[in-house]
Design a protein around this ligand. Structure first.
Ligand code: F6P
Length: 374
């Protein structure tokens, strides 16, 4: 009887999920393995969940498409499964045994789980309960430590870079300070990569708390020394001022993580306050506008790099399953695709090094990182 494995996508979506699905299905078929697609992450394995057979015919052409044909959720943790009560309160239950039973009932030899830190942590806990797992690292945030890159990251960076390119022309036309807030949670990867690619004047990341007076000085130096009346600033959603706090729109709740939001507008308010107090008004006061790029960064087709890395991850995951090498996460190691034990892949964030090469490059080309200027 042919071996059967389950495949699911968990957590927030990102460009390249469908390319991984496409690739797992094809590489598995090549190894004589059947794939059952599990809908809506681990929810598909909890009572009432849906699974369906996925073969090359069912996945034709999806590698070009954004999103995930399997659906996903960042609220379906089976160990802390949330159900809303009639009075509006939320109760958490441990449904992990349901997942274990479903895996056995469906005759799955194991699961390929495509997800970020949250989904991979769940996968690791399930592996301890005897469910064989292979993880595939996904997230636009690029914040997983055991892989040099996650898929989805460069597509998000391209979206942010294009937004900055567009903001530049309108900033220049109106002599404005333009702030772009980008995603990334506690990591500043999208901000620094897009800011470098677009040549932003100021990049603010969570790893380097910024000072408003330094940002102000950078804006002033553009006006005074460079005779340029616009400034382009990219701010990571997790960035914060020295002595200040990160900005959230929603605190962490039962089984949910906190939602970031507000970093860009917080900086705008601080700059506007500073302009009204200490700015030399003879040159006019710059107007500030903030754009929050939001979920545009997660949508759309994956770029070439992400398609290729997704396909390589997916094929490698299927090959590991065929070889019975479970409880590992596929990983990019230099230019090679390898794998690491699942236990090593979780719990450690991959952050931008405050004195690393990327930051040094930004400083070398005249980009202010918010902590000092010049
Ligand atoms: O982790 C990916 C991510 O896009 C973060 O950068 C962002 O903070 C978060 O997801 C937003 O998630 P949600 O889908 O809950 O709005």
């Amino acid at each position: 009887m042919a071996k059967t494995i389950g495949l699911l996508t968990g957590g927030g979506d990102c460009p390249g999920l469908n390319a991984v699905i496409w690739s797992v299905v094809r590489a598995a078929a090549h190894e004589g393995i059947e794939v059952l697609g599990i809908e809506d992450g681990f929810e598909g394995l909890i009572a009432g969940g849906t699974v369906r057979k996925l073969g090359p015919a069912e996945t034709r052409g999806i590698h070009r498409e954004g999103g995930t044909v399997l659906g996903t959720t960042n609220r379906g943790n089976p160990f802390r499964y949330r159900t809303e009560q009639p009075d509006g309160s939320v109760v958490e239950t441990d449904c992990s045994d349901d997942v274990v039973r479903a895996v056995r009932r469906l005759g799955l030899e194991g699961l390929i789980t495509i997800g970020g830190d949250g989904s991979l942590a769940i996968a690791h806990e399930l592996s301890k309960k005897g469910v064989p797992i292979i993880g595939v690292p996904k997230t636009i945030d690029n914040d997983l430590s055991a892989t040099d890159n996650t898929f989805g990251f460069y597509s998000a960076v391209t979206t942010a870079m294009e937004a900055l390119d567009k903001l530049k022309t309108t900033a220049e036309s109106h002599d404005r300070v333009m702030i772009l807030e980008v995603m990334g949670r506690d990591a500043g990867w999208i901000a620094i990569a897009s800011g470098l690619a677009a040549g932003a004047h100021c990049i603010l990341i969570p790893e380097i708390p910024y000072r408003t007076d330094v940002v102000l000085e950078r804006i002033r130096s553009r006006w005074a020394e460079e005779q340029r009346n616009y400034t382009l600033i990219v701010v990571a959603e997790g960035a914060f001022s020295a002595g200040g706090d990160k900005s959230y729109v929603q605190a962490a709740g039962v089984g949910t993580v906190a939602r970031f939001g507000g970093a860009g507008h917080q900086l705008q308010a601080a700059l506007e306050a500073a302009f009204s107090e200490g700015w030399d008004r003879r040159r006019g006061v710059p107007e500030v506008r903030t754009t929050v790029l939001g979920h545009l960064q997660r949508g759309g087709s994956p770029g070439a790099y992400d398609r290729i890395i997704s396909m390589r991850f997916g094929a490698h995951a299927a090959q590991l399953a065929a070889a019975g090498k479970w409880n590992r996460m596929v990983a990019l190691q230099g230019i090679e695709i390898g794998s690491v034990p699942l236990a090593e892949a979780i719990g450690k964030q991959h952050l931008v090094e405050a004195d690393g090469q990327l930051v040094q490059t930004a400083r070398a080309v005249g980009i202010c990182m918010g902590d000092r200027w010049p």
